[in-house]
Write a new protein. Structure first.
Length: 247
């Protein structure tokens, strides 16, 4: 095990998109990055790309739906450090945008397994390493689609996207984050959504077939802000790149 004075961060779903860009930006700050990726090969490729850019990065095979995979990820991270400063639960599943009339429990379960249970599974497993850090932070990557304030606003495009799985899973993730924040005040637990909710803009990623109006870098602004909050920073808040948004 090698201890380091560098700030350390584990990012799930980090082999592409928002996760990879978050890893790149935090790595550029001199952080040690543990790059979580369900696909081990893609994770190695992404890590090699960051290494070539001068980032201190270790690829971590990590399927958030698997207890065994998460346990092994903890073991691997412990080989490098005895603490984890920041956990970013970025891995997410969009679901098939199945209409409420047609959605089954199985449709919803598959999305919850990643977006809700996966975040809980990873957070629970890494809590001992987080608690060993002087100033630990957890960032949950959610969506404006998980906000009751946004979904019930007729002016928001997502209010007309009739599905059950994705939006409800992100709403559940938001509540889970608030409850963690209340129960574990020594850890900063916050929620970030990519995009600009007030301007009806979102980041272009694979999840939306790159139809978003914002770059992946702009989409990570809120994640970076919460990952880098100081000891006196907020906990239990929900923000996009422009600031706080309604729950």
């Amino acid at each position: 095990m090698t201890n380091t004075e560098r700030t350390s961060a584990l990012i799930t779903g980090a082999n592409k998109g928002l996760g990879l860009e978050t890893a790149r930006r935090l790595g550029a700050l001199g952080w040690t990055i543990f790059l979580g990726s369900r696909d081990e090969g893609r994770g190695r490729v992404a890590a090699a790309e960051l290494t070539a850019a001068g980032v201190d990065v270790t690829p971590v095979p990590l399927d958030v739906t698997s207890d065994a995979s998460v346990t092994e990820a903890v073991r691997l991270v412990r080989e490098h450090t005895d603490r984890l400063d920041v956990l970013i639960n970025n891995a997410g599943a969009p679901g098939g945008v199945v209409s409420p009339a047609d959605a089954t429990a199985d449709d919803i379960h598959a999305v919850y397994d990643v977006n809700v249970y996966g975040a809980v599974r990873v957070t629970h497993a890494f809590l001992p390493l987080l608690q060993a850090a002087e100033h630990p932070r957890v960032v949950m990557v959610s969506s404006g689609g998980g906000s009751f304030a946004v979904v019930t606003d007729p002016g928001q495009p997502v209010s007309k996207m009739h599905e059950l799985a994705y939006s409800s899973s992100k709403a559940a993730l938001n509540m889970i984050t608030v409850r963690y924040a209340q129960a574990l005040p020594h850890i900063k637990f916050n929620v970030a959504t990519p995009g600009e909710t007030a301007n009806h803009k979102f980041a272009a990623t694979d999840m939306n077939h790159h139809t978003g109006q914002l770059t992946v870098t702009e989409g990570t602004d809120s994640i970076i802000k919460l990952a880098t909050v100081g000891p006196d920073g907020p906990t239990g808040v929900f923000i996009d790149r422009l600031g706080p948004i309604g729950w």
